[in-house]
Write a protein that binds this ligand. Structure first.
Ligand code: SF4
Length: 320
């Protein structure tokens, strides 16, 4: 007789890999194929342990700074989060062969910041201190050109040298709701501030948050597949909690599921951060199938058709 309880699982869509993550991983894989191991990668190419471990097994060598890399002809890849300008400058000075896997949507923010700076603006960057994307964006301009604002309280307390010469840009993986509150404070206090129409949060972050918001109020628990250093994955857990799901948790792998916290659930939502592979979602669903009689339905069908070009060096030449 069947003793497992029934569980209805709703898979949020879209979830998982975005175009920037897909491109960054492809850059490392293609570099390994074309040039052989080792391929050095500055910082985790994307914030997912499973992805990083998989690439390491294929011959990628991860470092935090270029100084850890010996003099070599091997390629050096910069992660999807972007790098300060000093990094390619240092790589050039050392005659390194580097491939830039910065997501084009992060590069777009770098270009915006540079444009505002050249127009004489002081820049407010909305983001999380210490995140590599924030370090990379701040490093596009000279020290002091950018002020970091993390919260509504920071935005209220910010005192610019000239309130009429301000612009703002944002990290791409923030909470849409938190950021719009911060932007509202800046616009109220500094009506002349320049900036994007809303913010610079990317399509992938926005779509995954919207999908979680739709599902979270209707389920007993929510699992977000992703690593604890993944900003957009952490935001999905917060979004689920704020949408009314008290039992929202982030798990890297099925082995991390806190089964005690899920006691008595009958419905479950699952999403995955932009750096989490679908294989890990499958693994989590399979773990539930071991303990429950599951039904699986998809919520939302928002297709994402964005694809970014690979660096020229890795594009396949047209067939002769
Ligand atoms: Fe690019 Fe957004 Fe993906 Fe980050 S989450 S890599 S900004 S598409």
């Amino acid at each position: 007789m069947e003793t497992r309880p029934q569980l209805d699982i709703t898979l949020c869509a879209p979830r998982g890999f975005c175009a920037g993550v897909d491109r960054a991983i492809q850059i490392v894989e293609l570099a390994l194929e074309k040039y052989g191991a080792p391929v050095y990668v500055r910082h985790a190419i994307v914030h997912n342990k499973y992805v990083v471990d998989g690439l390491r097994a294929k011959g990628a060598v991860f470092v935090e700074e270029l100084d850890e890399i010996p003099d070599t002809d091997a390629p050096v890849v910069f992660s999807a989060h972007g790098v300060p300008k000093s990094v390619p400058a240092r790589a050039q000075a050392r005659n390194m062969f580097f491939l830039d896997a910065t997501c084009p949507l992060v590069s777009k923010v770098h270009v915006e910041a540079q444009r505002h700076f050249s127009e004489g603006h002081h820049i407010v960057l909305i983001g999380h201190k210490g995140h590599p994307e924030v370090v990379g964006t701040m490093g596009q301009l000279p020290p002091g050109a950018i002020s970091l604002v993390e919260t509504v309280a920071d935005a209220e307390a910010f005192v610019p040298a000239d309130p009429t010469q301000l612009a703002f840009v944002t990290q791409t993986t923030l909470s849409v709701d938190d950021t719009s509150e911060i932007v509202a404070v800046l616009r109220r206090r500094f009506p002349q501030i320049s900036g994007p129409h809303k913010e610079d949060i990317c399509y992938a972050t926005t779509n995954r948050q919207e999908a979680v918001k739709r599902v979270a109020p209707h389920v007993d628990a929510m699992i977000v597949v992703g690593s604890s250093n993944s900003s957009n994955s952490l935001r999905l857990v917060e979004v689920a909690e704020r949408a009314g799901c008290a039992r929202a948790m982030l798990v890297d792998r099925a082995a991390e599921i806190d089964w005690a916290r899920l006691d008595g659930i009958r419905t479950l939502g699952i999403s995955a951060g932009a750096s989490a592979p679908e294989a890990l979602v499958d693994e989590v669903v399979e773990a539930f199938a071991q303990r429950y009689v599951i039904t699986v339905t998809a919520s939302g069908a928002q297709r994402e058709s964005i694809v970014f070009n690979l660096p020229r060096e890795l594009r396949t030449p047209p067939a002769a």
